[in-house]
Design a protein around this ligand. Structure first.
Ligand code: TRP
Length: 333
């Protein structure tokens, strides 16, 4: 039997090049070797967008389009929508007994997100909801509902995988039944791409992202105005020169070379010449994705069908898992 891979994204906007190099590429690599599940995490998206359900709904299709345009193959990968698998919500409740509030409060990813979302959760996090604090538990349920062995993700998701492993170990010890595999994170070669403003994360909310669906003009503008330091020579030194190094990293990724090789190739180009070349090359690199996306966009019903088929398949496996869980927890009447 093939091992299982599961990962997902929150549908809060279209996917960007950070998603692409951080995770989509490794998902594609896993498609043959693993039975692959990719989830559109609408329930998780609602934990910080609960006031904007229309936005989440609209982005389910956007994200699905990005998956397929990036070359993930629906014959090989099972795509599904989180909210359509009620067993995930059930499992979340069962897992909530196995996690302390203190563990959740210490989660570095949750902490930095709460600090970013002052409007929603208060300047000191005084309005933090139970749902947002607890989303890592629900993410553990996402992973375990298909009994995943591997989770291809970016670096900022590592605390979630660690928590998932802790919950599984506690579950097995507490209920004396081995139900789950212990999942491993799989990082790509570019587990973190900075925003074009140099901030630690590329994200739609921070308005510093280059989207897979961006038009050539938008890409040009974004690269042109990307933050750099005031030196002139292009080098790769992510510690001391994060902004320019990030652009070098992207250049390397689109040419399948290391950042060090990229620096050699860039040679003595000044910043503006380098940025021009990077923008042109990135536009070329993204062109087939954009074209395929434009094509797919014409038949949204086809996309929704792919999601429905994937959801059915996932339901079968989720049902199996929840039965094992209920038996272990002695709630199988
Ligand atoms: N938290 C992930 C993100 O923000 C999305 C996600 C939800 C996920 N459930 C998951 C990722 C399960 C991997 C596995 O991008």
């Amino acid at each position: 039997m093939k091992k299982i891979s599961l990962t997902g994204d929150r549908p809060t906007g279209p996917l960007h090049i950070g998603h692409y190099f951080g995770s989509l590429v490794s998902r594609k690599e896993l498609e043959d070797e693993y039975e692959s599940f990719v989830m559109i995490a609408d329930v998780q998206a609602l934990t910080d967008h609960f006031k904007e359900p229309e936005k989440v709904k609209a982005n389910v299709l956007e994200v699905a389009l990005d998956y397929l345009a990036s070359g993930l193959n629906p014959e090989k990968t099972t795509f599904f929508i989180q909210s359509q698998i009620p067993q995930i919500a059930e499992l979340t409740i069962f897992f909530s007994n196995l996690v302390t509030i203190n563990t959740l409060k210490r989660n570095p990813t949750v902490k930095s997100e709460v600090a970013e979302k002052k409007g929603l959760f208060g300047t000191k996090g005084e309005k933090l909801t139970y749902g947002f604090l607890g989303y890592p538990v629900s993410q553990a349920a996402d992973i375990t509902i298909v009994r995943a062995d591997v989770v291809p993700v970016g670096e900022e998701q590592l605390p979630m995988i660690e928590l998932t492993r802790e919950i599984i170990e506690r579950f097995h010890r507490t209920y004396k039944t081995e139900v789950f595999a212990l999942p491993q994170a799989k990082l790509s070669k570019a587990p973190r791409i900075l925003g074009t403003d140099g901030s630690a994360k590329m994200s739609k909310t921070l308005n510093n992202a280059i989207f897979l669906k961006d038009e050539p003009e938008e890409i040009k503008e974004k690269i042109k105005t990307a933050k750099t330091d005031s030196e002139l020579k292009v080098t790769y030194d992510p510690k001391n020169r994060p902004e320019i190094s990030n652009l070098v990293l992207v250049y390397g990724l689109i040419h399948s070379i290391t950042p060090q090789e990229a620096v050699k190739e860039i040679g003595n180009m000044n910043y503006s010449a380098f940025k021009n070349k990077l923008a042109d090359d990135l536009i070329k690199f993204l062109e087939p994705i954009r074209e395929k996306r434009n094509e797919l966009e014409k038949s949204p019903e086809k996309i929704m069908n792919i999601l429905a088929t994937g959801t059915q398949k996932t339901l079968t496996r989720a049902e199996e898992t929840i039965n094992l869980v209920k038996r272990a927890m002695k709630i199988n009447y």
